[in-house]
Design a protein around this ligand. Structure first.
Ligand code: MTE
Length: 299
């Protein structure tokens, strides 16, 4: 895979040089979409010392079933998704339900870089430098009511843009949920980019959730709607296989998936497997959210 990418970059680079195109042009080796950068974001201490997974791997090894089942399918089909114009609605139990134009929303939020580990339930992991803002900042804008206990999230439903929605693998649209205190936790972000660039479609453009202490399937992509609810919302994978995928889905090496172990993981780009850490290594920050809960039952 990387050899092909290297070749493609080499060829594109040679063409760019021959045509006298400046160094700001990024070779289209990772798909046809132009790659534009965010002008302003602040770096944060998260992920200091982590070795970043390379951009090519992050954008070609994806899970986004609406764009295909193979790991490279989302990148191949990424052009079908049109992330602009895009509206994000926030409704349900809040004083100020609202519909946000994605660019107006992004312009109104100071952006941060958060380098986080991403641990997929399939036992591989990456380190990704996301660009985004705290989910709590968006929730504050709509003023959740006292009886709001959960946040439900929904991906775009449009089988033309997301052709995987024509097959009944999951009940579409993809939905996810968090308890409100989890959603308000400072580690939970809405990401709009990675590596300083606007979010590639295959990674969940234009806006996706990132909850780094949970298995990757909680980090729902291409979100169009958030709803504040009193009762626990349904989630796509739990609906599909409740014994295999719980609502909480906190990374937990002590609770195996019914069909495989969760004790170790394959970090993309590394040869040897490494130990999986409770809460994906964010236990100091988030374990308190689950005080008194049996995480074997609430997997
Ligand atoms: N969101 C939607 N809408 N559809 C998906 O198939 N896959 C999930 C999650 N969000 C998925 C999704 C899974 S299983 C993982 S591991 C992560 O996205 C993968 O994110 P990445 O492709 O950016 O690494």
């Amino acid at each position: 895979m990387s050899r092909r990418r290297l070749l493609a970059t080499g060829i594109a680079g040679a063409i760019a040089t021959a045509a006298g195109i400046g160094s700001t042009t990024v070779a289209a080796s990772d798909g046809p979409a132009p790659r534009s950068k965010f002008a302003n974001f602040v770096k944060t201490p998260w992920g200091a010392g982590e070795h970043l997974t390379d951009y090519g791997a992050i954008t070609t090894y994806n899970n986004f079933y609406e764009l295909g089942l193979g790991k490279e399918d989302p990148q191949r089909n990424a052009h079908l998704l049109k992330p602009r114009p895009w509206t994000l609605s926030v409704d349900g139990l809040c004083a100020k339900p609202a519909r946000f134009d994605i660019d107006a929303l992004i312009a109104a939020q100071p952006l941060q870089e958060r380098i986080y580990r991403l641990r997929c339930v399939e036992a591989w992991s990456m380190v990704v430098p996301w660009i985004g803002f705290p989910l709590a900042a968006l929730l504050d804008r709509v003023e959740p009511l006292g009886n709001a206990k959960f946040v439900a999230f929904q991906t775009l439903f449009d089988p033309k843009q997301l052709p995987g929605q024509r097959s009944p693998l999951l009940e579409w649209p993809y939905v996810e949920g968090l308890r409100l205190d989890e959603a308000r936790h400072p580690l939970a972000i809405l990401a709009v980019g990675l590596y300083g660039e606007v979010m590639p479609n295959q990674n969940g453009a234009p806006i996706r959730l990132i909850v780094p202490w949970k298995y990757g399937f909680k980090s729902i992509k291409s979100i169009v709607r958030l709803t504040l609810t009193e009762t626990m919302p349904q989630t796509a994978w739990n609906r599909q296989a409740p014994r295999e995928y719980g609502f909480y889905a906190n990374v937990n090496p002590a609770v195996d998936h019914p069909r495989w172990s969760q004790k170790r993981e394959r970090r993309i780009g590394e040869f040897f497997r490494r130990d999986t850490l409770p809460f994906n290594g964010y236990g100091e920050e988030v374990a308190g959210l689950y005080a008194g809960m049996d995480l074997t039952t609430w997997y």
